[in-house]
Design a protein around this ligand. Structure first.
Ligand code: G3P
Ligand code: MG
Length: 247
């Protein structure tokens, strides 16, 4: 399969220029010329996959308490910033497909909900992206979630996601059939980059918000960065390179 990995990926939808993890953010990223967006997906109390980063509602919405304890009837009435609702994952996929955006779907389970979240997101992803020219890239800090995604939606490429890359990352990548490795920009040892290059695995770094940091990472061989600073890195109209990922 071909996943045309761009150099810049808008983080949490529209980065810091729009309310995070909202459809407005995704629209803004596309309007600014981004080819790819990353967003976080968690389950509501009703088991609906929605876009949100924190396990609790306070920071990004007008609600209170854990997302996993909030029913849809309450959740979808909240303001996630600028009058935007918390989006259903299904609506975000429809929008990405309509806009022709690549999506990095980060499965972000509330703790204790790893299995349920991964099962729901993987199953729904298989349905929602059916027939799409380009599949999304699924990533997660939860290895259990990636294992479940591999088993339930093997056709969708997977990326390992780390803060600190462990020494055995490559054997984990092989076991999970991961095609990319994502890590914190300031926790990327040169040996890991060399190992990734040797195995043909693109490295994607988050969260990069200065041109200087981006340039230095690209110089070191990083393939793509996640950024909140859409204003710094847009517009982009051509893929950085077309990478053949997966089988
Ligand atoms: O997937 C890359 C990045 O989004 C991981 O960190 O906390 O912003 O989801 P976070
Ligand atoms: Mg994320």
């Amino acid at each position: 399969m071909t996943f045309p990995l761009p150099r810049w990926i808008a983080h949490r939808g529209g980065g810091s220029l729009a309310p995070e993890n909202t459809l407005a953010g995704i629209r803004l990223a596309a309007a600014m010329g981004f080819m790819a967006v990353e967003f976080d997906v968690m389950l509501s109390a009703d088991g609906t996959p929605v876009l949100i980063h924190d396990e609790t509602l306070e920071r990004t919405t007008t609600g209170q308490g854990p997302v996993s304890a909030t029913p849809d009837a309450v959740l979808f009435r909240l303001d996630a910033g600028g009058g935007e609702p918390v989006p259903r994952y299904a609506d975000a996929v429809a929008l990405c497909r309509q806009l022709g955006l690549l999506a990095n779907v980060e499965i972000k389970p509330a703790s204790g909900f790893e299995r349920e979240t991964a099962e729901a997101v993987a199953r729904l992803s298989g349905e929602l992206w059916q027939g799409a020219g380009v599949q999304p890239l699924i990533s997660s800090f939860s290895l259990e979630a990636l294992e479940i995604a591999r088993d339930l939606a093997p056709q969708i490429p997977r990326g390992l996601l780390y803060e600190q890359v462990p020494a055995d990352w490559w054997s984990v990548a092989r076991r999970l059939g991961a095609v990319t490795m994502h890590c914190a920009a300031d926790r990327l040892p040169t040996e890991v980059l060399a190992e990734a290059r040797a195995h043909g695995i693109p490295v994607l770094c988050y969260t990069v918000n200065t041109a200087q940091d981006a340039e230095s990472l690209f110089d070191r061989g990083v393939s793509a960065i996640f950024t909140d600073r859409l204003d710094l890195f847009a517009p982009e109209t051509t893929p950085y390179k077309g990478l053949h990922l997966g089988g």
